[in-house]
Write a protein that binds this ligand. Structure first.
Ligand SMILES: Cc1ncc(COP(=O)(O)O)c(C=O)c1O
Length: 435
């Protein structure tokens, strides 16, 4: 596979755009040197790059494209709405219609506010919590990789350049599946913690009544319990992780998966908190999510149709089934090739990721790069094994074959040294470590 046009454009692109892309995990430092640089078209789970190479894709727009690229009824709904205008001086009727639909999806939702990005709505949740409690400190889960591009979160990561210390000091961390670590924070910072924010689950599931225990600790200490459902929403269940695990947060944040890749996110939650951003109370009003493009009509139309597809078809069931087919096929290869100690596929079938280890059994970015490189050679782009509704049995089976071949090379690299097989520099880790 050759990438002449990608290579030519990439050099100029870096002089136009810092980092050569607009999303951290799409960056050149996240992919092997021989990788498609620019995608020009996608259909279902297939994409075509600027050199005309075709790939089966996993991850699908950072997990936003749950149905598949250019899903026909979603494209149709968005285009129809586009012809009616995309932004008016007063609210569009579709804002009302979609608000009713979304509030009907989640038990923890009395009210909803739409925005464009996940970060907008997690940040809005934190702001509401601070306003409602009159407290400044935010408790975030240290084991969860990402909540927002905003300072309250990025200040707690190793990419905190440009964020004042005063802001960084307001974020404290606890451990997933350790309710005691949440209680300890409340003891260390009495009367100061506004909210606790975490994902309901990642590749690590909640053990016992962990989520309910965190909720209890929040209630006992007068803090707001926030679930970030960017990944679990529209994937674990149409009602989100909160429905799946039977827990009702005070506020929750949705985004990816809501509109099949169109830019729509939603802050949902209890009226007593959400209404602080409204007109019908006598407390100080919170300036809550007022953005010019927040209710762009065709994106909302895409969300409405995506939700209709979820209701018409068993999307969640298929994400699980196709993920399970993939996991079981790759699992067989791992066993046959005998590298189970060095390569693992983990997580729920609808949200599979993989772990790459070196001959000493340590997590390894060079081995991740080698695996990505060998898959790309075999026309698969898979920074994760996150499937969409459009991954057919044939796509999955072809992937299993490619993975099996890539793992044979992986084994040789474990035995003979990676230098012989890896072309170029290793990729950077995608997850940042907390201070
Ligand atoms: C769990 C989680 N929360 C929040 C975000 C931020 O979403 P966005 O990139 O749409 O701002 C992400 C994005 O990767 C995420 O995975």
């Amino acid at each position: 596979m050759k990438f002449p046009e990608s290579t030519r454009l990439r050099n100029t692109f870096h002089s136009l755009v810092p980092g050569g892309c607009h999303t951290y995990s799409k960056g050149d430092d996240q992919f092997p040197e021989d990788a498609p640089g620019f995608i020009v078209r996608g259909k279902g789970c297939h994409v075509w790059d600027v050199d005309g190479n075709e790939f089966i894709e996993y991850g699908m727009g950072l997990r936003a494209v749950t149905l598949g690229h250019a899903y026909p009824t979603v494209v149709e709904a968005a285009s129809k709405q586009m012809l009616l205008g995309s932004n008016y001086t007063r609210p569009a009727l579709i804002e009302y219609e979609l608000a009713e639909t979304v509030v009907g999806l989640f038990e923890g939702a009395d009210m909803v506010k739409f925005a464009k990005n996940g970060s907008d709505v997690t940040t809005a949740a934190v702001k509401l919590a601070r306003a409602a409690t009159g407290r400044d400190v935010v408790a975030i889960c240290a084991d969860h990789p990402f909540f927002s591009t905003d300072d309250w979160f990025m200040g707690a990561t190793e990419l905190s350049a440009g964020i004042p210390k005063a802001i960084r000091d307001l974020t404290v961390t606890f451990r997933y599946n350790d309710a005691g670590s949440v209680s300890s924070l409340f003891k260390e910072h009495p009367g100061q913690i506004a909210c606790v924010i975490l994902e309901p689950a990642t590749s690590e599931e909640p053990v016992g009544d962990f989520l309910h225990a965190v909720q209890r600790v929040c209630r006992e200490n007068g803090a707001v319990f926030i679930l970030d459902e960017m990944i679990t929403g529209f994937r674990w269940d149409i009602g989100g992780g909160q429905k799946y695990y039977g827990v009702v947060p005070d506020l929750s944040a949705f985004g990816k998966g809501m509109a099949n890749g169109f830019s729509v996110s939603a802050l949902v939650g209890k009226k007593e908190l959400m209404e602080l951003g409204g007109l019908h109370h006598d407390r100080e009003r919170v300036f809550l999510l007022s953005t010019t493009h927040g209710a762009e009509t065709h994106a909302l139309a895409a969300a409405a149709e995506t939700i209709r597809v979820y209701k018409r078809e068993d999307v969640v069931g298929r994400l699980h089934a196709q993920g399970e087919r993939l996991r079981s096929g790759i699992g067989k290869s791992i066993q046959e090739i005998g590298i189970g100690d060095f390569f693992q596929v983990i997580g729920r079938p609808c949200n599979l990721v993989y772990v790459t280890k070196d001959p000493e059994g340590n997590r390894s970015q060079p081995f991740r790069t080698l695996f990505l490189q060998e898959l790309i050679k075999r026309e698969i782009i898979a920074p994760s094994f996150v499937v969409s509704f459009s991954h057919s049995d044939a796509d999955i089976d072809r992937t299993i074959e490619a993975v099996s071949e890539a793992l044979m090379i992986y084994r040789k690299a474990l035995e003979e040294g990676i230098g012989k097989y890896l072309k170029g520099r290793p990729v950077k880790p995608v997850n940042r470590r907390f201070n």
